[in-house]
Design a protein around this ligand. Structure first.
Ligand code: GAL
Length: 677
């Protein structure tokens, strides 16, 4: 079999969730499909945790129940996203192959009785997953219910790393192929420091438990290696399926919620990108994190429509305090994902489990049954998803790129950084939130990719920036782009070694400065900057200041207090046809408003002027646009747009009111460059 389809064959947008019927008696399945039809479900993911049911003893398969299930779904017009069960091998597998278990960094071998405990380096595991994926594909590759393959589940979760002997042997082979010689490895890792020089490959260790911190370059390579191992396992299963089946193959990512996988690389391996997202309940504005995750997913998908494979109808069960969604919140969440490019709205899971670790997790069909508020909202959302069909395939276009690089995240997360208060995730979220509140739609981008189509490129946390990526950013500015770089960026190269010429040196031309010394603040200390461009303002700052060495940049704000008092804090540099901005202190979302307004002016970008709690994104279709508005505020908000709401059929000739907590998807004339086309 060759050419894979790139979207599952489902009528309209897909709606549904994980379905685990093996947890229920057969008669419940009939009720399930009846209720699925009532809710408008047209796609379910099955088999993800079914290995023990499909192969109860090694080599002894039982496909009868899966045959019956797929036939039942098909007879009811419900398509299947067929999972491979590799995240949860059966008890017999670990009994038979104990060396295929994962070892943690302290040498503890993980036991059975959970999930995700197989070593991705173990040949027995690799052989078993290839066999199981092949068996499934052979049997179901032509089954009319099966429209997609779902390999594994959330690679890298719950464990990605394995420090067992098999993994360490693979690690040495991986290093040999990366560096060829020990001289190469010694140079890349800077092993002259602390006398860590190696003269034999067999002496190279994994960064397991060490007395004090392990070599950071080694740890960065270990993160790359770990990710590579997971990708190898995906490819093994993908290829085993592809030999017998032509449906699209995916695996569910967790963009910006799990950090072990470099999704720029993963996205190239799948036929269609799918993602899971769960609200982080300590965050009162968790819907902003949701939007970030959705934009990141669309970006790794190269702008193509993607599948929201899992989110929750209400509370999850695995956080400290599992906060139930309020009435209307599930719909806002789903529509926000849709607005940012998801053409499939799926949940974990269809029917709440009575037993096991996730019995307190919400579901489409809750323990309370169909007499519940949640069920009514699930049915209502199914109707909405059906109404969105005209927008299927429309795309999101962004004028701004935010740089996101998993390698930089891995490197920044290593120990012994100048301040514990400087965090990749926090900076990414804060800069993103500024843009989100301004309704400025963004793509995420790798710093090495072509950025020429963007008016503005923002680098909230680019600690690791290779010389070639820095040259790419510099060319972008020279050609007329506007670049905004936050502090603690362009510090190290791909080996976590400080750049020659010092901090920020590779961006010296673009930004008109370098940084002499970091001046982090003590925990909890507040500071301020005086902004002087277009009127004076004092902005609150904290955590960090830089001793900036100017090399041509204009100072637009200086530190008023703190260790860097009197030194430049924010700068602007004209270079070639463009502008490079630098923010050398930590600003919150409100303080960043002043900076972004000035940066938008340079880049020719207009913030919407809508209330900050009204989220607005436009999906562009072939002949018309779809303006998706999600009101996270309690009060009604007005939106200037003419068209018809796909969800209610209500028309508007210029002003549309989105009720507090409400949503709307306005089908409107396709506008390009201010003119109708
Ligand atoms: C996901 C996982 C699901 C389920 C869910 C609960 O990360 O893929 O199987 O465990 O979390 O929120």
């Amino acid at each position: 079999m060759t050419a894979a389809a790139s979207w599952p064959r489902v009528e309209g947008l897909a709606y549904g969730g994980d379905y685990n019927p093996e947890q229920w008696p057969r008669e419940t399945w009939d009720e399930d499909v009846r209720l699925m039809r009532e809710a408008g479900v047209n796609l379910v993911s099955v088999g993800i945790f079914s290995w023990a049911m499909l192969e109860p003893k090694e080599g002894l398969y039982d496909f009868a129940w899966m045959d019956e299930l797929l036939d039942l779904l098909h007879a009811n017009g419900i398509a299947a996203d067929l999972g491979t069960p590799s995240v949860s091998p059966p008890a017999w597998f670990f009994h038979q192959y104990p060396e295929a278990r994962v070892t943690d960094k302290n040498g503890t071998v993980m036991g059975f009785g959970s999930r995700g405990m197989a070593s991705h380096a173990a040949p027995e595991y690799r052989e078993a997953i290839a066999r199981m994926a092949g068996e499934l594909a052979q049997r179901y590759g032509s089954h009319p219910a099966v429209v997609m393959w779902h390999v594994h589940n959330e690679y890298g979760v719950p464990v990605a790393e394995d420090f067992g002997p098999r993994a360490v042997a693979s690690w040495r082979r991986w290093l040999q192929s990366r560096y060829s010689t020990l001289e190469g490895l010694n140079a890349a890792w800077g092993t002259a420091f602390w006398g860590q020089r190696y003269d034999d490959w067999e002496h190279v260790v994994a960064p397991a438990a060490t007395p004090t911190i392990a070599n950071p370059a080694m740890k960065l390579d270990w993160a790359r290696f770990t990710d590579d191992q997971l990708r190898e396992c995906f490819v093994i299963e993908r290829d085993a399926i592809r030999a017998h089946a032509s449906q699209p193959i995916t695996t569910n990512f967790m963009a910006h919620q799990s950090w072990n996988t470099d999704l720029w690389k993963w996205a190239e391996l799948v036929d269609v990108v799918s993602d899971d997202h769960y609200l982080w309940s300590p965050d009162p504005d968790a819907h902003v994190g949701l939007a970030l995750s959705a934009d990141l997913t669309r970006s790794v998908a190269g702008g193509k429509p993607w599948i929201l494979m899992e989110h929750s109808t209400s509370a999850v069960n695995w956080q400290g305090r599992n906060i139930a969604k309020r009435p209307g919140e599930m719909r806002r969440n789903a529509l926000s994902h849709f607005g940012r490019g998801a053409d499939a709205i799926m949940f974990f899971q269809w029917r709440a489990s009575r037993s096991g670790a996730e019995k307190f997790h919400s579901a489409m069909l809750p323990h309370a049954g169909t007499g519940s508020r949640l069920w009514r909202e699930v049915v209502e959302l199914g109707g909405h998803v059906e109404a969105l069909a005209p927008a299927q395939g429309s795309v999101v276009e962004a004028e701004v790129a935010v740089l996101y690089d998993w390698e930089s995240l891995w490197a920044q997360d290593l120990e012994w950084r100048p301040s514990d208060d400087v965090q990749f995730r926090e900076r990414m979220r804060t800069f993103y939130e500024r843009l989100w509140r301004d309704d400025v739609t963004v793509d995420f981008a790798h710093p090495g990719q072509d950025l020429s189509r963007y008016k503005l490129v923002v680098a909230p946390a680019s600690y690791l920036l290779t010389a070639s990526s820095a040259a790419n950013l510099t060319r972008y500015v020279e050609a007329g782009g506007t670049l905004l770089v936050n502090f603690f960026s362009a510090i190290v190269n791909e080996n976590d070694a400080v750049h020659e010429g010092g901090f920020v040196a590779p961006l010296r031309d673009a930004l008109g400065l370098t940084v002499e010394e970091f001046l982090p603040l003590r925990e909890g200390d507040a500071a301020a900057v005086r902004w002087t461009r277009g009127g004076e303002q004092v902005l609150a700052s904290d955590v960090w200041q830089d001793h900036i060495a100017l090399a041509g940049a204009e100072v637009v704000a200086e530190n008023v207090t703190g260790p860097g008092a009197g030194l430049p804090a924010i700068t602007r540099n004209e270079h070639g046809k463009g502008v490079g901005w630098y923010v050398g202190t930590r600003l919150d979302v409100d303080a960043l408003k002043t900076v972004f307004d000035a940066v938008y002016a340079d880049a020719g970008i207009e913030a919407s002027g809508n209330p900050e709690t009204l989220e607005v994104v436009t999906r562009r279709g072939a002949a018309e646009d779809f303006v998706v508005a999600v009101n996270h505020g309690a009060d009604a908000a007005r939106l200037s747009v003419a068209g018809t709401d796909l969800l209610t059929g209500a028309g508007t000739d210029g002003e549309f009111e989105v009720p507090g907590g409400g949503v709307a998807v306005i089908r409107t004339a396709h506008v390009s460059g201010g003119e109708e086309v």
